[in-house]
Design a binder for this molecule. Sequence first.
Ligand SMILES: [Zn+2]
Ligand SMILES: [Zn+2]
Length: 343
Amino acid sequence: MKALRWHGRKDLRYEDIPEPSPASGQLKIKVSLAGICGTDMTEYAKGPVMIPPDKVPLTMGHEFVGHVVALGEGVTGFDIGDRVSGVGYWYCGECYCCKKGYYNICVNQGFTGLLTEGCMAEYFVIPTYACYRLPEMVTDEAGAMVEPLAVALHAVGRGNVQVGDTVAIVGDGTIGLGALLAARVAGASAVYLIAKHRGRGELGRKMGATEVIYLDEGDPVERLEKLTDGMGADITLECVGRPETPQLAVNLTRRRGVTVIVGVFDEPGLFDFNTLMFTERTMIGNSIYIDEGETAIELMADGRIDPTPMITATVPLKDAVAGGFEQLLNNKEDNIKVLLRVS
Ligand SMILES: [Zn+2]
Ligand SMILES: [Zn+2]
């Protein structure tokens, strides 16, 4: 079968590898669409960041929609032919985090397309617990967005966004814009998007941002204060992962407010802890999702969330580098989520 494999930084190869077969508790999926995630971009441009050296070459990708074509031993609840999407985590079920239901922070965690073979291939295997059947109302394109939406929904949950809250979001990528949708669904009365790119910011406006604050239009903290009677945001979601963005996110947050760190960092951040101490703000971590993938599907099925405006291109898997990865790297104005057509 054909697969898109990571051989090194800026070295993805479309090549033939053997088809996998599902082990006990796993499903074999024939992939229709695979999404390029920010973490895939980081591995492409700066990796290896999370890919372990002994796993190279590795098939990339963890955002997918496809059909079940084979069931591993003992699998129940799925049938061959089911149209499915899913999430990326693999967990042990036995560590103290798993026993408490925090599968997202399993101490023995794996991850599709970073630590195990990914979905940018004609077929891949996935544990049943990371896979969800799609209802008819959810299109393939929307189904391919389940995983990033699950991250956004988990972040809004970690921030405990309530009806009437004012939320600021730092970042105009898929997670930032997904968090905008998730904050709206949670009942936020105002959502301010802190954006770098005009194309993405204007889409954020269409998707429900109360106001878009561009980084190159003066101090974003002053601008947010003006828009919120000097208060700042009740909750800020940092969805970038650059050294300077946690400080910006905290500065945007009101006194005693909460900042959620959602971005994935490839270098340490710079932070003045007095900005927490003197203001009694709280900063909390956010790692992927628990069962928010199912929530994402329910919210898309009844029309409360539509992530499809974020899909800016769909290109064949064989053209993934030129039409996807390079576009996302060099043209962030016009690209947000690029899907790869696998079959
Ligand atoms: Zn992802
Ligand atoms: Zn575990």
